[in-house]
Ligand binder design. Structure first.
Ligand code: GYE
Length: 325
C-alpha cells in the first residue's frame, strides 16, 4: 500500500515537473523580455564591436531589443530613455556618454518601476538606487597600465632628461576620459621626468585624433617623445598626422593607446604603434543575462568588472588572428 502511494506521488510529481517545464518556455515565448538600449554612438571600432555584441546576444537570448544610437549626444540619450519609459519596456540599459546630468531621467525610470543597467560607462548620481548595476571596465586601471608602460619605455629609451608626453583625451566629461587620465597621471608619478606637455580631447574619433595631433605637432616648442591616446582610433588618426608631418611613429614618437581593437593590432604589426591596453567591448552576453536576472528579481552586485590584458607590438602578429574585435 505504502509503495503504491509512493509510486502515485512520484507519478504526480513527475507530472508536475513535466507540466512546469512545458509551461515555462511557452510562457517565455509568449512574452519575450523587452530591453531598451541607448548606445553612445558609432565613434570607434570599440563601439561598433560593442553594438554588434549587444545585438547578437539579444537575438541569442530571445530578448526583444529596442536599440537607439545617440550620436554622442546626451540629449539624444535622455530622449531615448524617455521613449523607452513611454513604451513600458521591461529593462533599460545604456552606456552614458558623460558622467553627470542623469538624475532627472533616471528618477523617471524609477518612478515607472523600470530597472536600469549601466553598460560600459559609469554615472555620477546623488542616489545610487537610480540604477541596479554597472557592468564595464576599470578605466582607472587601464590608465595606470598605460602609465606604467610609459615609465618602462622611458627607462629604456630616454634614460636622461625630461620625457615630453602629449595626451589625446576621450570625450570631455566621459567616465573613460576622466578615469584613464587619472590612472595614467598616477602611474607616471613613479618617474618625475615624465611630463604631460599638452592634453586635449579628440572625442574618441580618428578624425579628431588626427586634427588635434596636427595641432600638437605644429606647436614645435619642445620635442614630443610619447603619445598617450585614450583609445586606439585616436592613436590611428594621430599616426596619420605624424606620418604626414614627415616623422615616423614608434621611432620618433612612441605611442600607447587603449582598447585593443583589430586596427591597433594591425598598426602594431606594421610597426606604427607600440602597445595597446585591452578594453573588452564584448559585453552583450553578460548584459542579456543581467537583464534576465533583474527581471527575475535576483539580487545583483552593484559593480561588475571585465578582465583585460596588455598587448605589445612583439606579440601583435601572433595575437591578431585570435582577436574577436
Ligand atoms: O575606449 C572608446 C569608445 O567607453 C570604453 O568608448 C568605451 C570607450 C572606448 O569610444 O573607443
Amino acid at each position: 500500500m505504502k509503495t503504491f502511494r509512493r509510486q502515485l506521488l512520484a507519478v504526480a510529481a513527475l507530472g508536475l515537473t513535466l507540466g512546469a517545464t512545458a509551461l515555462t518556455p511557452a510562457l517565455a515565448a509568449d512574452k519575450p523580455l523587452v530591453l531598451g538600449f541607448s548606445q553612445v554612438g558609432a565613434e570607434s571600432e570599440w563601439r561598433t564591436a560593442n553594438t554588434n555584441s549587444i545585438k547578437d546576444a539579444a537575438k541569442q537570448a530571445g530578448i526583444t531589443l529596442k536599440f537607439a544610437d545617440a550620436q554622442q549626444k546626451q540629449e539624444n540619450q535622455v530622449k531615448a530613455i524617455r521613449s523607452f519609459i513611454a513604451q513600458k519596456v521591461d529593462v533599460i540599459a545604456f552606456s552614458p556618454v558623460v558622467e553627470t546630468g542623469w538624475d532627472t531621467v533616471l528618477r523617471e525610470a524609477k518612478a515607472a518601476n523600470i530597472p536600469v543597467i549601466l553598460t560600459d560607462r559609469a554615472v555620477k548620481v546623488s542616489d545610487p538606487s537610480l540604477y541596479v548595476t554597472f557592468i564595464g571596465s576599470d578605466f582607472v586601471e587601464e590608465g595606470r597600465k598605460a602609465g606604467k608602460w610609459a615609465v618602462e619605455w622611458a627607462k629604456k629609451n630616454a634614460p636622461t632628461g625630461d620625457v615630453n608626453i602629449v595626451e589625446l583625451q576621450g570625450t570631455v566629461g566621459s567616465a573613460p576620459a576622466i578615469d584613464r587620465k587619472k590612472g595614467f597621471e598616477e602611474a607616471i608619478q613613479a618617474d618625475p621626468r615624465l611630463k604631460i606637455l599638452r592634453s586635449q580631447s579628440g572625442d574618441f574619433t580618428r578624425a579628431k585624433g588626427k586634427e588635434v595631433m596636427e595641432a600638437f605637432l605644429k606647436a614645435k616648442d619642445k620635442k614630443i617623445q610619447l603619445l598617450f591616446a585614450h583609445n586606439d582610433d585616436m592613436a590611428i588618426g594621430a599616426i596619420q598626422a605624424i606620418e604626414e608631418a614627415g616623422m615616423k611613429p614608434v621611432k620618433d614618437i612612441a605611442i600607447v593607446s587603449i582598447d585593443g581593437v583589430r586596427g591597433a593590432f594591425e598598426a602594431m604589426v606594421a610597426g606604427k604603434l607600440n602597445v595597446t591596453i585591452e578594453c573588452n567591448p564584448l559585453l552583450g552576453p553578460q548584459l542579456m543575462q543581467l537583464a534576465k536576472d533583474v527581471k527575475a528579481g535576483k539580487q545583483l552586485p552593484k559593480r561588475i568588472t571585465t578582465e583585460e590584458g596588455v598587448f605589445t607590438a612583439d606579440v601583435a602578429a601572433q595575437e591578431l588572428p585570435k582577436r574577436k574585435y
